[in-house]
Design a protein around this ligand. Structure first.
Ligand code: NAD
Length: 240
């Protein structure tokens, strides 16, 4: 809810996708948020579904007023969504992976004017895994560090955004991670971080079996981000 106790108005960008569908369904179970618009790449067959107005990406500028956009689309869609949030003074929560360095720089620049949050992974388990990886890397100097990630065959970017974020944690602890990616079947997302030395090996593994965990995390973050001062927030800033 915002200060006036009205539900926070959400625009979902990437609404027809796997994450978008989970977001629409789970937002409907909460009373502190209301989805006012759903945007996807192409012209939707049905314009209004369960009271939510659906738009094609080309019609983004005509979207109704919203407090926060939740973006789980593709890198091509990210720029226009960020620009609209800046124009409207709305917050942006994004989980879109595979962003180019210029897109990350644009997000940093936008954070001077609006509240933004980008996270490679919205699950609590991965947040904890990330801390464990950094601690393990710091405690095991000289050990080999390898990150193996597995996802469904439709995932476009590799290594996954989560693997790269875990790699950054490992680097922070002093390790030099290498990456391997598998694309198979309908795997929601698995990340294994292995530390190995002659004669011994540690494996830290996170398995996501349902993408609702990401959607719940993103909705929670959106409800906490709307109305904040401009800035580039991290998921952990909003979890408590
Ligand atoms: P998907 O392919 O199922 O859906 C993509 C959606 O984006 C569709 O609605 C499509 O219409 C829309 N889209 C594509 N191009 C667009 C454009 N140019 N403009 C507007 N909309 C556009 O993908 P998905 O599995 O739902 O994943 C979406 C993104 O979220 C991917 O980048 C994926 O890696 C990422 N992801 C992140 C997390 C996380 O926790 N951060 C979790 C799961 C997925």
């Amino acid at each position: 809810m915002n200060e006036t106790n009205a539900p926070i108005r959400i625009l979902i960008h990437g609404a027809s996708g796997r994450m978008g569908q989970a977001l629409l369904r789970l937002a409907g179970e909460r009373d502190d948020v209301v989805v006012v618009a759903a945007v996807q790449r192409s012209q939707p067959a049905q314009r209004v579904v369960d009271g939510v107005a659906h738009f094609a990406a080309a019609e983004l500028a005509g979207a109704p007023a919203f407090d926060v956009a939740i973006d789980f689309s593709l890198p091509e869609g990210f720029g226009p969504m960020l620009a609209l949030c800046e124009q409207r003074g709305a917050a942006l929560v994004s989980g879109t992976t595979g962003l180019e360095p210029e897109q990350r720089a644009a997000l940093d620049a936008a954070a001077q004017r609006i509240p933004v949050l980008w996270a490679a992974n919205f699950s609590l388990g991965v947040a904890i895994l990330s801390e464990l990886v950094e601690r393990a890397a710091a405690a095991l100097p000289g050990w080999d560090c390898d990150i193996v990630e597995s996802h469904h065959v439709h995932k476009k970017d590799a290594p996954s955004g989560t693997a790269l974020a875990l790699g950054a944690s490992a680097e922070h602890g002093g390790a030099q991670p290498r990456y391997a990616s598998l694309r198979a079947g309908d795997i929601v997302g698995e990340h294994m971080v292995q530390f190995a030395a002659p004669g011994e090996r540690i494996e830290l593994i996170h398995r996501a079996t349902n993408r609702d965990i990401f959607a719940r995390g993103a909705l929670h973050a959106a409800s906490r981000l709307a109305g904040r001062a401009p800035g580039h927030y991290r998921l952990r800033d909003l979890l408590s």
